[in-house]
Write a protein that binds this ligand. Sequence first.
Ligand code: SAM
Length: 301
Amino acid sequence: MEIKTISDSQKKYFQKIDSLDLELLIAHTLEKPREFVLAHPKYALTRDQELRIENYAKQRLNNEPLAYIIGHKEFFGLDFKINKNTLIPRPETEQLVELAIQEIKNKSQKSIIIDVGTGSGCIIISIAKNNKQRAMNDVKFYATDISSEALKIAKQNATAHGVEKKIKFLRGNLLAPLIGNWKLEIGNSRMIILANLPYLSKEIYNSTSPDVKNFEPKSALVSAHAGLAHYEKLFKQLKKFPAANCKLSIILEFSPEQKPLLKKIIPKYFPKAEIKFHKDLCGLWRICKINILSSRKNPLF
Ligand SMILES: C[S@@+](CC[C@H](N)C(=O)[O-])C[C@H]1O[C@@H](n2cnc3c(N)ncnc32)[C@H](O)[C@@H]1O
């Protein structure tokens, strides 16, 4: 069937492609908002537009996620560029941002915020954009990732949102690029570590949908030891944290079945920590917040 108008394409792919996805693919092709697509069913497509819609539809029918086809995804009300080297930001991750913003809101104390495994940069950029702390100079933002391709996208997103001068992006294994600098920076401050690291066990990864398995980077999703190897490595690195006057919060995202394991593992590394678990919007355990207070008399570990 030839597609000459918007409504022709909607008829052709009816019940084959999710109607919202199709509207967004058409809107992307026409470089117009989705509302335009809804309001102009008889809009005549050029031959080039027709071919592009057909190609995008083929990609979507082959399970390629919409966000990779159009090259961006909304997160925390902001638009983020993404590609095959970055995970597609998920709505449940927005809770990490909310918890971090709450943590620094109206505090006069110096804050250091570190996003470990930043991917597209969606977490740290959303916090930097929404930070209402009075003295912005009192907040330092860092983001690390092992993937230089992901960091390239994160930096582009930071520039697009006007926060490129606020955030230092560093390549390396979790906190490794920052470890040598701890002593210089953390005395009398609060430090917030945000981590949405790879956390799927091999078994869970194998059962994910083709949208995920065939397109998203495996290195952003899978971790050994029931999916917790990256978090354990992060906790081990934090053992090198000096005993300064500092409040440390680690806010991490995990898979619901990992809650009992985390409850066992975290006190082994941080015996004095206060641990709180939060559910996501689907009612599943998803976020863990670990609070640790250190002083010269009471070192962290
Ligand atoms: C689940 S993705 C999260 C991406 C982004 N923070 C988000 O929420 O959409 C995990 C990220 O961790 C990065 N990563 C994996 N292993 C790492 C390591 N050892 N050190 C630093 N980053 C790592 C991956 O490249 C990927 O970008």
